[in-house]
Design a binder for this molecule. Structure first.
Ligand code: ZN
Length: 116
């Protein structure tokens, strides 16, 4: 019996699953877009801070998918929802622009690297 189980395991390749936020790309693209057009710190920390705020406003829709596989179903957004999301993005951007969550040292580092 133990041998049978061993054979079965050898035949099957292990499948890995991962949890993905289906809104991830929609939100990140919107944030990158608006951020690039705004006169503010463009560093990765500020970008991720804005994304975190938007996600925490409820822009999450987690799905379980096979690792490496593209999402089969990306949630569709109607125009009203898109406008609403942009409002959240603008709000988060304003917050991070006025109160960046990094030290001045980080900003200097990022400036040297072509960021802030
Ligand atoms: Zn920054």
């Amino acid at each position: 019996m133990a041998e049978n189980q061993g054979n079965a395991a050898a035949r099957k390749r292990p499948v890995h699953y991962q949890l993905v936020n289906a809104y991830d790309e929609l939100v990140q693209n919107a944030v990158r877009d608006v951020m690039a057009k705004t006169e503010m710190c463009q560093c990765e920390k500020c970008f991720l801070d804005i994304c975190a705020i938007v996600f925490n406003q409820g822009y999450t829709h987690f799905v379980n998918t096979r690792e490496g596989q593209l999402l089969k179903k990306i949630p569709s957004m109607n125009l009203g929802n898109q406008v609403e999301m942009m409002v959240q993005v603008m709000h988060a951007l304003k917050l991070v622009k006025n109160f960046p969550h990094h030290d001045a040292d980080d900003a200097v580092d990022a400036a040297e690297a072509g960021g802030c």
